[in-house]
Each structure stands twice: as C-alpha cells, then as structure tokens.
Write a protein that binds this ligand. Structure first.
Ligand code: SF4
Length: 58
C-alpha cells in the first residue's frame, strides 16, 4: 500500500519545529484558480494511505 510518505507532495515536519511529532508532515500541493496558482498545505501523517493526488517521489 502506498502512503503519503512515498508521495512527492509530502514534507515531514522538521525535528526543530514547534509542532514536531514523529511521522507528522504536511501535504503541499499546487492549486490553480481564476486568480492564479497557489500552494495548499494541510497536515497529514506519513502512514496515511495515499489519495488520488498521489505522485511517487523519486
Ligand atoms: S494526501 Fe495525497 S497528495 Fe498529499 S501527501 Fe498524501 S498522498 Fe500525497
């Protein structure tokens, strides 16, 4: 099963960050609307099953 950890949009919370917890990260994806492109960040954990937006990280 693929999980967020294998996704190129997954960014682990750095250990020196105030909200650090093992396995915790953010899903950061680029969106586009009428005003242009922007980044959307939402919290996730590395073991979360991948969603339809999943893109394998290299
Ligand atoms: S929620 Fe989807 S797009 Fe975001 S990191 Fe997980 S698999 Fe990737």
């Amino acid at each position: 099963m693929t999980t967020c950890q294998d996704c190129s949009f997954y960014f682990a919370v750095p250990e020196n960050a105030g909200d650090y917890e093992p396995g915790r990260g953010d899903c950061v994806t680029q969106k586009e609307d009428a005003k242009g492109k922007y980044w959307l960040s939402k919290p996730t954990v590395h073991a979360t099953p991948s969603c339809p937006t999943f893109k394998k990280s290299k």
